[in-house]
Design a protein around this ligand. Structure first.
Ligand SMILES: [Zn+2]
Ligand SMILES: [Zn+2]
Length: 279
């Protein structure tokens, strides 16, 4: 469906969405970088799984956005705060054992102004990160940089009009493509586009943290080797082609209204629990 992107040291892992109007299907697809396993061996970027080292006690997610492309924030009727999905899931990945800092309001994020480029390659995104990223890894702390932009991801295959987000290898840099996220909007179900954005962020952070063989080694056989660092379970957020539901209401109900906000399956949680000792 799409190629893993190798550009300089960055490996791009992509999450793709297609929206079928009649069936109201939000289909999430992801394609991963080949050869993501082995703890980053042969790569000149750090092993993503070093964040699990007990010496790392603080994890900070920095969020910037292009002017007008900020993430959805604030309360969702009957649910809670939009960012609860990301906060809850990333806290679960670390079994609640790391001090997690994730901004929940736009005021705690940075507007980087206009980005003229509408066809953003991995190199373009790394350049934007170099220009605007404020936080770096330090003693006891690990940071990730998330940039929400308009336009589309582009790689050797050209513009990727359905890619929702990318995680650039061991750099800790993630890009989220708002124009694509907006295409998943279902007017009758306003939570869906917010949920798609949140689940994409969880998926890309999952890659950045090293899940499914991208540094975090599988403890059971569930790596989708055909699709890179993804989970074989279609009910898991790390599935490359995560078809939420054929009905958007059921999709929202399953993951939002029930309060069942852990989007990782038992296999993915088992892998990280093997490193943290579990909750
Ligand atoms: Zn992916
Ligand atoms: Zn999984």
């Amino acid at each position: 469906m799409c190629d893993g992107t190798t550009f300089a040291a960055a490996r791009a892992t992509t999450l793709v969405v297609m929206y079928r109007i009649l069936a109201v299907v939000a289909m999430l697809a992801a394609c991963g970088s080949p050869g993501g396993g082995g703890g980053g061996g042969g790569d000149d970027t750090p092993d993503p799984a070093t964040v699990f080292d007990p010496s790392v006690t603080r994890v900070v997610i920095e969020i910037d956005f292009e002017d007008g492309q900020e993430p959805f924030t604030g309360p969702i009727l009957g649910f809670g705060d939009t960012m609860d999905v990301t906060v809850t899931n990333i806290d679960r990945v670390f079994a609640g054992k790391k001090q997690l800092t994730i901004p929940r309001v736009v005021g705690a994020m940075e507007n980087i102004g206009a980005v003229a480029d509408e066809e953003l390659t991995s190199a373009d995104l790394l350049a934007l990160s170099n220009a605007h990223r404020d936080l770096r890894d330090g003693t006891g702390g690990k940071s990730y940089y998330v940039l929400f932009v308009g336009g589309h991801f582009a790689d050797g295959g050209g513009v990727r009009p359905t890619v929702l987000g990318v995680s650039l290898g061991g750099t800790g840099v993630i890009a989220m493509f708002k124009d694509v996220i907006r295409t998943t909007s279902v007017p009758a179900f306003p939570n869906v586009v917010r949920f798609v954005e949140q689940s994409t962020l969880v998926h890309e952070l999952g890659h950045a943290i090293g899940l499914v063989g991208n540094g975090v080694e599988p403890t059971v056989d569930h790596k989708d080797t055909e699709h890179g660092a993804h989970c074989t379970n279609d009910a898991c957020v790390m599935y490359y082609l995560n078809e939420g539901a054929s009905d958007a209401a059921a999709f929202a109900q399953k993951y939002v209204l029930a309060g069942n906000t852990i989007l990782f399956d038992g296999a993915c949680l088992g892998d990280v629990d093997a490193l943290t000792g579990g909750p």
